[in-house]
Design a protein around this ligand. Structure first.
Ligand code: IPE
Ligand code: IPE
Ligand code: MG
Length: 259
């Protein structure tokens, strides 16, 4: 559970001033507020999603530049399937456009794309492009960009339980020997360490079914900025807040300080 991060120190700007900041190994982001961004401008919601795509690009490039090793972006939840069909359709079209246009950016930056979620539920066009981009970037090791699409934390736990259940049925696993590690390794991406930092934009202070198991000890930073307005400066500010946090993992501060 504790991050094995060898912390990298780089200079980042905070309120215009450069500051030394510890970069988390895994950053997860709930990209929220696209609808409100559009509403404020009397635009259709899909315009908010379109502008949100720009923040995705700048955040990916900056995370890579700063040395974040894993960046997980919540792009579409299992619950988002309940939205009006024109919004869901618009989002799927945007995913297609984004996956087509961003492949070069991924290749240029040495970023490996990985998808997590109930991918089979996605339209074929989106699924095929996800698979194509995963395939074309699988050799890259600068950063893993994990797109959570059609993703639900409970859904992920259920599929992990099914996997373990099948192993029990086959006589390969004794129920008494189930460990936390076994559950972790039955999730969608077993090799990915738990997020150190969770950022949520647009001031919502909930998890919304994101990475329920993996977020057990993540530091949570909520910003009032709406996702389409999320700049690299705001990203730096969130990283700076993270760097100022004390992570104790259940221990006392004295234990952490070695006193
Ligand atoms: C996040 O923005 C994008 C998705 C959930 C797909 P929203 O669309 O949830 O924006 P708000 O919360 O309505 O402002
Ligand atoms: C969470 O945002 C999902 C994504 C950002 C993809 P929502 O806007 O769907 O969350 P709730 O429903 O307000 O909790
Ligand atoms: Mg929302």
């Amino acid at each position: 559970m504790e991050s094995e991060t060898v912390a990298v120190k780089v200079k980042v700007g905070s309120e215009g001033r450069p500051a030394l900041t510890v970069i988390p190994k895994h950053v997860a982001i709930i990209m929220d507020g696209n609808g409100r961004w559009a509403k404020k401008r009397f635009l259709p919601r899909v315009e908010g999603h379109r502008n949100g795509a720009k923040s995705v690009r700048s955040t990916v490039e900056e995370a890579r530049r700063l040395g974040v090793r894993y960046l997980t972006l919540f792009a579409f939840s299992t619950e988002n399937w309940r939205r009006p069909s024109d919004e869901v359709g618009g989002l799927m079209q945007l995913f297609v456009r984004h996956l087509e246009s961003e492949l070069d950016v991924l290749l240029k930056n040495g970023v490996r794309l990985r998808a997590m979620g109930d991918i089979d539920r996605l339209p074929e066009g989106v699924r095929d492009l996800l698979k194509r981009n995963e395939e074309k970037t699988k050799h890259l090791d600068g950063m893993d960009l994990i797109l959570a699409v059609s993703y639900g934390g409970r859904d992920e736990v259920v599929q992990a339980m099914k996997k373990i259940g099948r192993a029990i049925k086959a006589g390969e696993v004794d129920p008494e020997s189930i460990t936390e590690e076994m559950v972790s390794s039955s999730l969608y991406l077993p090799d990915v360490p738990d997020p150190d930092l969770l950022i949520r934009t647009s001031d919502e202070t909930r998890i919304s079914n994101f990475l329920l198991w993996q977020l057990a000890y993540a530091e949570i930073v909520v910003t009032s900025v709406l996702w389409p307005d999320f700049t690299t400066d705001e990203f730096h500010r969130c990283l700076h807040v993270f760097a100022g946090r004390n992570r104790r993992f259940g221990r006392t501060q004295e234990q952490i300080d070695g006193k």
